[in-house]
Design a protein around this ligand. Structure first.
Ligand SMILES: NC(=O)c1ccc[n+]([C@@H]2O[C@H](COP(=O)([O-])OP(=O)(O)OC[C@H]3O[C@@H](n4cnc5c(N)ncnc54)[C@H](OP(=O)(O)O)[C@@H]3O)[C@@H](O)[C@H]2O)c1
Length: 327
């Protein structure tokens, strides 16, 4: 896409369907203060990437085009910015780009604004898809003050953020109920939550399932169920959403993240890594595509049922697309 290209990257120069994604050459980025640059091994595909590419995100308007998508990545540090301590070239890490950049991960090199050491227990694909879900889930669980002795309902427990929120809440000692479509119930149970079907009648089903009641509810689905969640917990203040912008009308808080000036959950990455090492945390991955098939990856990520992340695997060397699909 640039004549003086220095690295291979996925990019788009107009908004639209997945087919607007192509691969080409881009100038390589460099690590600024408190940042590291990685040689990318894997980059997750998140809902925000799909919305930014389609032009339907409120933030699409401020994207300079062409744009490299992707907010989450894992790889090997090859450049360390000023004021970074405790990390050096050659370290294997996972993390996310600066939230204000809204992309840059689906490339041969990416600059991370926050990261943690990748434990050997985490595959590159898991690590590449982890950071934003872990940061978001940690921020939401902190804000709800989820801890031992509390019962938490996660609405949308099988998705990227939901599956991570369930595991991190269980690790905090909470009892967790997770909603999902029935074919996802075994998966949700495997994450450590008691599964229950979402949709009409949720409050009654939960009352039968948990006679002692639910203390807190986290909505990560944005499917319009906040009134049910208030009924289930008994108070709007006990409910938090990350995806339903009608929240304030009902007295329910929205966690918008660092762009909204909220304290972030970046500290969750090191905890997730430690839990992975203990066999208590995983990032479900449902498909891996080479970066030169990013359009197929975005199309797959848009299709339900969503149980695990879609991940882009990096090319092995400058400008050489990977051939063949895994997963
Ligand atoms: N505020 C923030 O900081 C922040 C950060 C990250 C993400 N988000 C937003 O949070 C949302 C979730 O992100 P994600 O990555 O977890 O998305 P995802 O992987 O697509 O997961 C969405 C989940 O919602 C479930 N779902 C679908 N219909 C439902 C219904 N009617 N009732 C209950 N659950 C339902 C899906 O289950 P099935 O597909 O199996 O039905 C799936 O588990 C997105 O809107 C994203 O943009 C916000």
């Amino acid at each position: 896409m640039f004549p003086d290209a220095k690295m291979f990257a996925v990019g788009f120069d107009r908004f639209g369907p997945p087919e607007v994604l192509t691969v080409g050459g881009f100038p390589a980025p460099h690590a600024g203060p408190e940042e590291v640059r990685i040689a990318v091994r894997a980059a997750g595909v998140a809902p925000v990437d799909l919305a930014l590419r389609a032009g339907t995100s409120p933030s699409s308007a401020r994207l300079p085009l062409p744009h490299i998508p992707g907010v989450d990545a894992a790889g090997v540090i090859d450049e360390v910015g000023a004021d970074v301590t405790g990390f050096a070239a050659g370290d294997e890490v996972f993390g996310a780009v600066d939230v204000s950049r809204l992309g840059g991960a689906a490339a041969e090199f990416a600059v991370l604004a926050f990261w943690a050491a990748k434990p050997p227990s985490m595959s590159w694909e898991e690590a590449g898809a982890a950071a934003t879900s872990v940061e978001t889930a940690t921020r939401a669980l902190d804000r709800l003050d989820v801890g031992a002795g509390r019962t938490l309902l996660v609405e949308g427990a099988s998705g990227g953020v939901g599956s991570v929120a369930v595991q991190l809440a269980v690790a905090r000692g909470a009892r967790v109920i997770g909603t999902g479509r029935p074919e996802n119930h075994a998966f949700i149970a495997g994450l450590g939550a008691v599964p229950v079907a979402y949709g009409p009648g949720l409050a009654e089903r939960v009352r039968d399932l948990v006679p002692g009641g639910i203390d807190l509810a986290l909505d990560v689905a944005g499917a319009g169920s906040l009134r049910d969640l208030i009924t289930i917990t008994g108070a709007p203040a006990s409910v938090l959403t990350i995806a339903d912008f009608t929240g304030p009308e009902l007295g329910v808080g929205i966690s918008r993240g660092e762009l909204g000036g909220e304290p972030g959950g970046r500290h969750g990455l090191a905890l997730a890594a430690a839990l992975s090492s203990q066999g208590r945390f995983r990032v479900p991955v449902r498909a891996v595509f080479p970066m030169d098939r990013a359009a197929e990856a975005h199309a797959a990520a848009a299709r339900g049922p969503r149980r695990g992340k879609v991940v882009l695997a990096a090319p092995p060397a400058h400008g050489e697309p990977v051939q063949g699909e895994r997963g």
